[in-house]
Structures are given as C-alpha cells and as structure tokens.
Design a protein. Structure first.
Length: 256
C-alpha cells in the first residue's frame, strides 16, 4: 500500500465523480456494507491514493447510518491497510491505494464470482443506461447536451486511473438529463455496485482508448434527439464493458 501527505485543513474529496461510492445504503446496510463499498472503491483504484475521505459525520449522513457504524467500518479499513487516519487539526482518514492499481483485488473478486452473475448485473445496467439515453434524447436541453459532449471529448489522459472519473461522471450526467430523480438514483446505486469492477476491468483489458468513442456516440445521438440510436449506443457501451470483465475473468481463473 502507498501513503500520501495529509491534505490541507478543511480539504475533502470532491464527490462529483465519486458520488456512487457515497450513495445511501439499503436499510439493512451496516458497518460491513460501508467497509465493503469503500474498500472495493479503494482496492479497485476508484478513489485516488492519498485523497481525504469526508468526515465521519458526513459519511454517516450520506450512507444513512449512525456515526458509530461509520467508525466501525473505518476501523476495519485501517486494519486492512486501505486507509490511514491522522489525528489533530489537519487530520482525517486518507485513502491508501494498492501499488498494483487494483489488479490483484479485481482478479480475486472476479475469480470468486460467476460470470453468469456479472452478465445478469450488466444486463440490468445496460437496460437502465439504454433507457436513460433514450429519455435523455427526448428531454435533454442544450445545456445538458453541451455537458455530455464536453465529457465525451475528454480523453483518459491518465489512462486507467482516469476511467472511474470519466465513466462515473458521464453516466450520472446522462441519467440526470432524463430529468428523472429516480433514474439518477438508480444509476448512482448501480455505479456503487458495479462501477469499480467494470471500469477497472475495462482499463486493465487495454480498452480505455474506447471510452471517449463510446461516450461520443451516446452524446451525439442525444444531441440529435435520436432516442433509438442513443439507447443502442448506451447498450453497446455497457456490452463493451462486460466484454472486458469476461476477458479478466479468464485471466483470473488462469492465475488461481
């Protein structure tokens, strides 16, 4: 694990591209669920090394749990070496990302989960994403379209490390362009469940150059008001993400 210097007092992780990580939990969610969601996002490289987590009270509010539950989850993450905590005025909990960029954690997760389960989850995600794209083509205003096109033009200059930010932000903005709060919440929830695996697998499979192309196809169709083409482009993009997962599953099984 690697560490980083403490951020300046009052600094906190900008949650925009990472909103899915901090989405509210289901009613049964407790410390283990908090630890698993944060731990996956750190282990798979979704949260940048050295970045400060929000304060305990903020985390508790975002996850919809008690502060003591968050404290217990953070203790588990410290024990696993995924965060470090600095006391004092300039302190807080800071991400300790793995040196391998999350490869070992991803392969372990994929080896323990059947490909059928990933296919089912990706089918669900494709349906939601395709529906969002179709509705966005009907409802997005010019500002929505400009924002999607701007995000689509952003190359993952940092390679694999940039994928979570680009993918997460684009798909949340696509969902928001439907003007449906329910669909936006569903997108964020699915990102919390699937995002780190999909995006890291995509990067490790060497497909990160395809991200701007997939986003551009969706954004262009939305801008043209073509709901069918937008839906098809979004579903094709998710299918490409699942293809990367399938590739990494084969590697995971080979290396066990």
């Amino acid at each position: 694990m690697t560490g980083a210097a403490a951020a300046p007092s009052g600094a906190s992780l900008q949650l925009g591209p990472y909103a899915a990580v901090f989405a509210p939990l289901d009613a049964e969610g407790r410390a283990a669920t908090v630890a698993r969601r944060l731990g996956d996002s750190i282990a798979f490289g979704m949260l940048p090394d050295g970045s400060p987590l929000p304060p305990e009270a903020d985390l508790a509010e975002r996850f919809g749990v008690a502060t003591v539950t968050v404290r217990e989850a953070l203790a588990a993450l410290r024990e696993d070496g995924l965060i470090r905590t600095v006391r004092g005025r300039r302190g807080g909990s800071f991400v300790c990302a793995p040196r391998d960029g999350g490869r070992a954690a991803l392969l372990d997760r994929l080896a323990r989960t059947g490909i059928g389960e990933w296919r089912d989850l990706c089918d669900h995600y494709a349906t939601v994403s395709g529906g969002c794209a179709r509705l966005a083509a009907e409802r997005a205003d010019s500002a929505d379209v400009d924002r999607l096109l701007d995000l689509a033009r952003r190359d993952p200059a940092g390679g694999r490390a940039d994928l979570p930010r680009l993918e997460g932000q684009f798909h949340v903005d696509l969902a928001a362009s439907t003007q449906s709060a329910r669909l936006t919440r569903e997108e964020i929830a699915l990102q919390g469940q699937l995002g780190p695996v999909l995006w890291l697998a995509h990067g490790l499979a060497g497909a990160h150059d395809a991200v701007p192309r997939g986003h551009a196809a969706i954004a262009t169709a939305v801008g043209a008001g073509d709901g069918v083409r937008a839906r098809d482009a979004a579903e094709a993009h998710v299918a490409e993400l699942f293809g990367a997962v399938r590739t990494m599953v084969v590697e995971a099984r080979r290396t066990r």
